[in-house]
Design a protein around this ligand. Structure first.
Ligand code: HEM
Length: 420
């Protein structure tokens, strides 16, 4: 597979696996700033050179600096090898040149640099404005309410992940893009294989192939039968027109980024609220706290644990540390968002905290394109859940909730709840 997530295979476990009983706190390996500098060497399992950024200033500096590239393929070093390449490298004791592979990245703008990135991203920004998202609110509310009523009609307990936290954002991104939600098996499962840290190269290749073929069929279908959706708009409005490869890639980025992320914020966020009953009570008592709650949950949970990485195109010094050309820099978002100089008492979940400048959506030219959509999904998703199910509580001890320690994006695999 050419999945960039393959790099995680060579990251030590303590960077992705949170402590048992502490599902909201950064994985122990990310906490090194507390004893050292903002930028620290990151020993990778294959011996390659990388750096971990755990301080807020340094993270912002890296993400605003054009000397750091998002193009992990063109500028990648040994930290971005596919698992089979890693095995090859490990087999030879010398630092051999990796086999040159040419992954297909026509329209994967999340892995591109300006000016190519700028052109593709600009085609989408008009679809994700605050105003455009406001227009989606009634439909989003309807989706959330329908899912809650469906759960209620079946009894007084449910697993919130398949019944609520995954379908709400999935349905929304499907409608926006023009994907038939009935086909969700095709993209939900294959996306999850790509994000699973334990997937083999073969499993990844199979899943990404299936996903690519699925989107290819969708693009071909929209080319013949345009509708009132984002994908049809991209096909007909881009000037010069996008290639088929670009259309497929851009749809893949949006579909993937558009459901796994918010789904896990809703799942882990609900667990966090249930585990902080005094905070939940405050939110119930004053619904105007919801926007603040969403921002605090984004900061406190930081579910995109290691997804924001860059490669140095030339030697760069950050916070006094020399980073050589070709080295990978991993932004430790969960730890960055607990920098005590920016967030007093950073380990405390406090939904009254004044609006925090967290980096949960990244920073710079790649800052999350879907952040306004994510915000309304969380605002409506949490609000409807807690008001329509006022007696909501866990149906299992919190320590039995299965955590996504095996996934690139953190969260819960299941969330058994009950209500009366
Ligand atoms: C980029 C987080 C929801 C679409 C990003 C990045 C982060 C992020 C950290 C920056 C990656 C980088 O710099 O390398 C999140 C979180 C979400 C969320 C925490 C949920 C709470 C969404 C949604 C969409 C979306 C709902 C819907 C389309 C994108 C896209 C990019 C992106 C397209 C790439 C932007 C670019 O490269 O210019 N997201 N995201 N995200 N996100 Fe989100």
């Amino acid at each position: 597979s050419d999945s960039p997530t393959a790099m995680v295979r060579i990251l030590p476990d303590d960077l992705t696996q949170r402590r048992p009983g502490c599902p909201f706190d950064p994985a122990p390996g990310l906490e090194r700033r507390r004893n050292g500098g903002q930028v620290q060497p990151l020993p990778l399992l294959n011996g390659a050179e990388a750096f971990l950024v755990t301080g807020f200033d340094a993270a912002r500096a890296v993400l605003a600096d054009p000397r750091f590239s998002s193009d992990r393929f063109r500028h990648r070093d040994a930290t971005h090898l596919r698992p089979d390449e890693v095995a090859e490298l490990a087999a030879s004791s010398r630092q051999a040149e990796p086999a040159q592979t040419q992954p297909r990245t026509d329209g994967m703008f999340i892995f591109m640099d300006p000016p190519e990135h700028t052109r593709l991203r600009r085609l989408l920004t008009g679809q994700f404005t605050v105003k455009r998202m406001k227009e989606l609110e009634p439909r989003l509310t309807q989706i959330a309410v329908e899912r809650i009523e469906a759960m209620r009609s079946k009894g007084t307990e449910a697993d919130l992940v398949p019944e609520y936290t995954l379908p709400v954002p999935s349905l929304m991104i499907c409608e926006l893009l023009g994907v038939d939600y009935a086909d969700r098996e095709e993209f939900q499962h294959n996306t999850a294989v790509g994000l699973n840290l334990n997937s083999s190269g073969e499993e990844r290749a199979k899943a990404s192939g299936a996903l690519y073929a699925f989107i290819q069929r969708l693009v071909a279908d929209k080319q013949r039968h345009p509708a009132d959706d984002l994908l049809s708009g991209l096909i007909h409005d881009a000037d010069p027109p996008l290639t088929d490869g670009q259309l497929v890639d851009m749809t893949l980025v949006l579909l993937g980024a558009g459901h796994e992320t918010t789904a896990n914020m809703l799942g882990l966020g609900t667990l966090a609220l249930l585990e902080h009953p005094e905070q939940l009570a405050a939110l119930r008592a004053d619904p105007s706290l919801i926007d603040n709650t969403v921002e605090e949950l984004l900061r406190y949970l930081s579910i995109v644990q290691l997804g924001v990485t860059r490669v140095a195109k030339e030697p760069v010094t950050v916070d006094g540390v020399d980073i050589p050309a070709g080295a990978t820099v991993v932004i430790a978002t969960p730890e960055v968002n607990r920098d005590p100089r920016f967030f007093p008492e950073p380990d405390r979940f406090d939904l009254r905290r004044s609006r925090s400048p967290h980096l949960a959506f990244g920073h710079g030219v790649h800052q999350c394109l879907g952040q306004q959509l994510a915000r309304i999904e969380m605002r409506i998703g949490f609000q409807e859940l807690i008001t329509r199910l006022p007696s909501l509580r866990l149906a299992t001890p919190a320590e039995h909730v299965p955590l996504r320690n095996d996934m690139l994006i953190f969260g819960v695999h299941a969330l058994p709840v009950t209500w009366s």
